[in-house]
Structure formats: C-alpha cells, structure tokens
Design a protein around this ligand. Structure first.
Ligand SMILES: C[S@@+](CC[C@H](N)C(=O)[O-])C[C@H]1O[C@@H](n2cnc3c(N)ncnc32)[C@H](O)[C@@H]1O
Length: 218
C-alpha cells in the first residue's frame, strides 16, 4: 500500500493542509496559453484535475496511489465529467506519446525521489510536452522552513524526522510521510535542472513553504 493511499482515504478537511487548488495566476496562464490537453502529473485524489476538467480542458492524470486514482474517478463520475486517469509510477518512462500535451502541471510531486530519478522524469516531461508548452510545477523549498539537527537526524517544524541519505535528499523515518524521499529544491536548483531538461523559466514565487514556478518548453 502506497503511503498516499491513507492520505487520500481521509475526509477533505483532514487532507487539505499544504495544498490548494491550482492557483488563479496559473488558471489564467493556462487560459492564455490556449492549452487544450493537460497532464496532471501526480494528480492525487483529483482535486485540481476535476476542477480543470469542469472548465472544459482535456485532462489526463497519473498517480501511483490506487486510492487517489479511485477517488479521482469517483469525483469525475459524480460531476459527470470525463478524463483519463492512469495508475503508474511517474519515475518510470511516462506512458504517453511525444508532444501529446499542451501543458503539464505538477503540484507537490516531482521532488519525491533522488535527483537522478527526478532528472529522468524532467526529460520525460519535456518529451510529452509540445514545443512552447507550459510546465507549471510546485515543490517544497526547504530554505523556507526550520530544521533542527540532533544525533545525526533532522527534525522539521511539522513533526517529521528525517535521515539525510544524499546531498539535499531526506528520507522521513517518522511522521506521516515516512519512507517518501524528499529532494530539497530551491529556485536556483529548480531553474538549472529544468534548463538542463530543455525548459526556460517564466516566473516563480513562494507559497508558504513551497516554490511555484512556471516554465516553457524551448
Ligand atoms: C502531496 S500529493 C499532491 C497531489 C496533488 N498534485 C495535489 O496537489 O493535491 C503527492 C502525490 O504524488 C503522488 N506520487 C508520489 N510519488 C509518486 C510516484 N513515484 N509515481 C506516481 N505518483 C507519485 C502521490 O501518490 C500523491 O498523490
């Protein structure tokens, strides 16, 4: 059972800490870009996917949480909406065609593995996007929150205890995200990694402890 299955099985009020619907500036960006086909990478329980499908976009979601995918499909049915939701690991080659999407959104997802795996994923995102397509991405930015270090372990202000397993790479050994790797980006690193994968930065801003950045495929 994936750790996020337990999270997506919870009631809305218990699972919405730290996440928001796609923010308004990104909704406007999608509208301006005239995107039709959008991939939600790590679509979770479908909160944003269902919202965007209700606006008339063609949505595809991908997530490895069975509960998340089931909740997304249930919510689509409830709202009489259609979208494709794929149960798969995003760090494997993405099961989509080259240039299949006008935009890819990914909120609080891509930083959940080692930097080597993340680099492969970013190249895959580039492959499935059309030239000039938007990649809107939100990641945790550790520079915005407080850690204390004790006895080789690292404690954050939200009750998680981490082991450092590689540079900027933390493995929570306690707390609700136990076992889910966190690679800690900051704006410079995210911009460089995305540039190496063929993207240009449009804009970036912090939202609480996260960094939200919009890129365009060159
Ligand atoms: C913090 S949640 C964010 C969900 C959604 N994007 C949102 O903003 O509500 C992270 C999501 O990434 C998914 N995820 C993490 N690692 C994954 C992987 N290797 N393959 C597919 N999905 C993954 C989890 O199952 C979870 O649904």
């Amino acid at each position: 059972m994936k750790i996020y299955d337990a999270r997506w099985a919870k009631k809305a009020e218990d699972k919405d800490n730290f996440r928001t619907l796609i923010p308004e500036p990104e909704q406007a960006l999608l509208e301006r870009s005239k995107a039709k086909k959008i991939l939600d990478l790590g679509s979770g329980d479908g909160k944003t996917l269902v919202f965007l499908a209700s606006k008339g976009y063609g949505l595809t979601g991908i997530d490895y949480s069975e509960v998340g995918v089931a909740k997304t499909n249930a919510s689509l049915n409830e709202n009489k909406l259609k979208a494709r939701v794929v149960l798969a690991d995003i760090y494997e080659p993405l099961p989509f065609k080259d240039g299949e999407f006008d935009a890819v959104i990914s909120y609080q997802v891509i930083n959940h593995d080692t930097i080597e795996k993340i680099r492969c994923l970013l190249h895959e995102v580039n492959r499935v996007l059309k030239k000039g397509g938007l990649f809107s991405v939100k990641v945790a930015d550790a520079s915005t929150y407080a850690f204390t270090y004790y006895d080789g372990l690292c404690y954050d202000e939200y009750g998680s205890i981490f082991q450092l397993i590689a540079p900027r790479t933390f493995l929570p050994i306690a707390g609700w995200e136990r076992g889910v790797i966190h690679y800690e980006f900051n704006k410079e690193i995210l911009t460089k990694e995305l540039a190496d994968a063929g993207f240009v930065l449009l804009d970036a801003r912090h939202i609480e402890c996260h960094l939200l950045a919009n890129f365009e495929k060159r």
